[in-house]
Design a protein around this ligand. Structure first.
Ligand code: DGL
Length: 262
């Protein structure tokens, strides 16, 4: 059976893992999160590239993996070429679902909700030019929303009013009918976001598409329970502070181990 390594700055990437494990319940998973540098959404591109390479290098010194999944839009939109150049494993990234959103939208006014780093990326300009040229794309970058999602995952606590305040700038986007959740943390706030925006706006993310891509790159026997006897789940964090034990234990990873990256 294969071992799939997931990376993110925090626990947002678990939204992609969740879609993946629903399809491949018998595979082994390593989830590494760089909470020492969380959030990535305000960091320089060069820092994010360096951190992603360092994280994978540190993990591969202790673990075998068959595939790397960059379960973070902020990192994927900048670090995939460096990761592919350094590591010979397949590297799968997450791209904001601009293409499906543009296809779904009737009003042709769509929103992109992501980190400040992601919304200003050249990568997004190209994505919009190639797949949403007929749409008005309203971009909103919010780090606060990332923090709110991280906190919700860790403690279960979330303030809908705080989410509403983050989304306020979208109120000016006349006719908006589709919102891209372009950060892997945001599917964890889907119900609060939907409550604030109303049911008339469809929220789309890339989790299922990425999970399908992961499945397509793994051997065909991967789905079979017969091969899954020794499957394991392990989590690593780069900073020991922050209480992630309960969350990761609940989903079968056990308490995250400390991964030193210095
Ligand atoms: N989950 C990440 C993303 O998809 C990054 C959040 C952050 O660290 O700013 O963009």
């Amino acid at each position: 059976m294969s071992t799939v390594l997931f990376l993110d700055s925090g626990v947002g990437g678990l939204s992609v893992w969740q879609e993946t494990v629903a399809r491949l319940p018998h595979s082994s998973y390593i989830y590494a999160f760089d909470n020492l540098f969380f959030p990535y959404g305000e960091k320089e591109d060069s820092t994010i590239i360096e951190r992603c390479c360092l994280l994978v290098r540190s993990i591969l010194r202790r673990e075998h993996a068959d595939m790397i999944v960059v379960a973070c839009n902020t990192a994927s939109t900048v670090a995939l070429p460096a990761l592919r150049a350094e590591f010979s494993l397949p590297v799968v990234g997450v791209v904001p679902a601009v293409k499906p959103a543009a296809a779904m939208s009737r009003s042709k006014v769509i929103g992109l909700l992501a980190t400040p780093a992601t919304v200003r990326r050249r990568y997004i300009d190209d994505l919009v030019a190639n797949f949403a040229a007929d749409c008005t794309v309203v971009r909103l970058g919010s780090l606060e929303l990332v923090q709110i999602a991280e906190e919700k995952m860790r403690s279960g606590m979330v303030s809908v009013d705080a989410v509403r305040a983050c989304l306020r700038p979208l109120g000016n986007a006349d006719g908006l009918d589709t919102l891209v959740l372009g950060c892997t943390h945001f599917p964890w706030l889907r119900s609060e976001i939907q409550e604030c925006l109303g049911q008339g706006i469809a929220c789309v993310d890339s989790g299922q598409a990425v999970a399908r891509r992961i499945c397509s790159l793994l051997p065909p026997g991967e789905k079979s329970a017969a091969n899954g006897g020794n499957a394991f789940r392990r989590a690593y964090q780069t900073d020991g502070s922050g209480d992630y034990r309960e969350l990761f234990t609940r989903i079968g990873f056990g308490a995250p181990l400390l991964l030193r990256t210095d």
